[in-house]
Design a protein around this ligand. Structure first.
Ligand SMILES: Nc1ncnc2c1ncn2[C@@H]1O[C@H](COP(=O)(O)OP(=O)(O)O)[C@@H](O)[C@H]1O
Ligand SMILES: [Mg+2]
Length: 507
């Protein structure tokens, strides 16, 4: 039993199981290791049918799914979708999620990401049917690969091409046979090594480097095809060994690249990174990154673990531990009323109640936070309102007093004006009256004088000059009449003067 901090869990090992096929030995290896670790493993074999998958997982009611399902419905590209379904069902499972599986499955995308992070990968060229896009300078020979393949599908000795004719032919073949885009990259002559990485994205650990020993390989280009990977292990056939004679400097470069790739591709829990070390430059080139790599007892990862001092069981334990850390599954010290640890069989439910408790706590604290926020904002609002009303009151008061002052002043000045006017008008009245009375007096006097003069004159006329006057008046009247008959009337000055003269003369 390992020194795991993970509590005993019910773990469902999810694997691909076409009906009639023998069970992959890796399932047994993992179950055995889980048992040794104190967990309760169950197996879930899926083939096709999404409802079967969901029903089987639901029925298992496991605390954790150990996901080794690399194919679904006979399509290895649907490995991503199995993870997606589990994510949608809010299940906790080991290994990468949809992001990591998707990014690593597409080799072109992987290479673009690696180039972005300045991690060495062979220069390459992509084809979309009509045109091609080159990423870096290249030299034949190139190796042509399907963009989204695995386990050397579509890769063999015929994959290495020497010129454009061979290249276009191979690109067409891949498109036709594998219904996939093809890309070509520089063939890197040199050692082929594999590096295991285990742990969370925050604390990944690099395992010792494993090398592919080519044995009696005679062909010029060495390509790990399906025969190399899955063929019988006979004498002289290629096999895995612990890499020797790698300088500390080269080892450091390989490890650095592997770590960067693990993080850049959003890998979780475990991965294997495939390298070629150029025999020309001694540089390590990443060929691809494998999330959820094969975990058989004699796999590269198991070998690397062993070399590090980790038994196979401990390696499986480290993967479970990494997943448990990501999902915050912790050992529960408290016991149920019957004194049992609520883990293995009822673990799913116990875990669920823990989750419910957590979410309740989170909800409560959120509610408290919200109400505190609301209270704060209310307080702030109130004090703002009070401040505003105070300000408004003050300004109103100030305004009022100003207005009052003004109106008082205005009143005063009005009064003053009025009184001034009144005074003036009184004075004017008085002076007018005085004037008037003076005038009236004068007029009276003049009238009186006139009257007395007239009376005097009329008296005199009456008394003495009555005949003379009438004679003269008669004369002048006659003269005037005769003159008018002689000359027409003229209106200029001289004439008037004339007239006057004449009148005088006549008179
Ligand atoms: N650029 C390359 N240079 C040399 N050999 C390569 C190159 N790319 C792939 N190979 C060979 O082909 C094998 C499979 O290629 P890889 O990209 O790892 O695809 P797969 O996903 O099928 O493993 C490698 O293990 C290696 O032997
Ligand atoms: Mg590979």
């Amino acid at each position: 039993m390992g020194t795991s901090t993970v509590p005993p869990l019910k773990i469902a090992v999810l694997h691909y199981q076409p009906s009639g096929d023998p069970i992959d030995p890796v399932v047994d290896h993992i179950c055995h290791a889980l048992k040794e670790l104190g967990h309760a493993p169950v197996t879930i074999g899926v083939h096709k049918g999404i409802f079967d998958l969901l029903e089987a997982i639901d029925h298992a009611n496991a605390d954790l799914v150990f996901n080794v399902c690399e194919t679904f419905a006979d399509d290895y590209r649907l490995e991503v979708n199995v993870a997606a379904v589990m994510e949608m069902a809010r299940l906790r499972f080991t290994g990468s999620g949809t992001a990591g599986l998707l990014l690593a499955q597409d080799k072109v995308l992987t290479k673009q990401l690696l180039q972005y992070h300045e991690v060495l990968t062979p220069n390459f060229v992509t084809f979309d049917g009509d045109t091609f896009d080159a990423f870096g300078r290249m030299q034949f020979p190139l190796i042509v690969k399907p963009a989204r393949s695995d386990a050397s599908i579509g890769i063999g000795k015929h994959s290495v091409v020497q010129d454009w004719d061979e290249l276009t032919r191979r690109v067409r073949e891949i498109r036709r046979t594998y219904n996939d885009e093809a890309f070509a990259e520089e063939y890197i002559e040199g050692r082929e090594v594999y590096v295991g990485v285990i742990g969370t994205p925050q604390r990944p650990e690099i395992l010792p480097i494993i090398e592919l020993d080519w044995g009696d390989w005679k062909a010029k280009y060495k390509v790990s095809d399906r025969d190399v990977k899955f063929g019988p292990d006979t004498e002289g056939s290629p096999g895995l060994v612990i890499a020797k004679d790698i300088s500390p400097e080269l080892k450091a470069r390989i490890e650095r690249s592997a770590l960067l790739a693990f993080k850049a591709l959003k890998i979780c829990d475990y991965a294997r990174v495939d390298f070629r070390i150029s025999s020309k430059t001694n540089e390590p080139y990443i060929l691809e990154v494998n999330p959820n790599p094969y975990l058989e007892k004699d796999s590269e990862l198991a070998m690397g673990g062993e070399e590090r001092g980790l038994s196979y069981t401990q390696l499986i334990g480290r993967i479970v531990e990494s997943a448990a850390t990501r999902y915050a599954i912790k050992a529960k010290p408290e016991r149920t009323q019957s004194g049992e640890t609520p883990a293995v069989d009822g673990g799913g439910r116990a875990e669920k109640s823990e989750r419910a408790e957590k979410s309740e706590r989170a909800e409560k604290s959120e509610r408290a936070e919200k109400s505190e926020r609301a209270e704060k904002s209310e307080r702030a609002e109130k004090s703002e309102r009070a401040e505003k009303s105070e300000r408004a009151e003050k300004s109103e008061r100030a305004e009022k007093s100003e207005r009052a002052e003004k109106s008082e002043k205005a009143e005063k000045s009005e009064k003053a004006e009025k009184s001034e006017k009144a005074e003036k008008s009184e004075k004017a009245e008085k002076s007018e009256k005085a004037e008037k009375s003076e005038k009236a007096e004068k007029a009276e006097k003049a009238e009186k004088a006139e009257k007395s003069e007239k009376a005097e004159k009329s008296e005199k006329a009456e008394k003495s000059e009555k005949p003379e006057k009438s004679e003269k008046a008669e004369k002048s009247e006659k003269a005037e009449k005769s003159e008018k008959a002689e000359k027409p009337e003229r209106h200029d000055r001289s004439e008037r003067a004339d007239k006057g003269e004449k009148v005088e003369r006549v008179a």
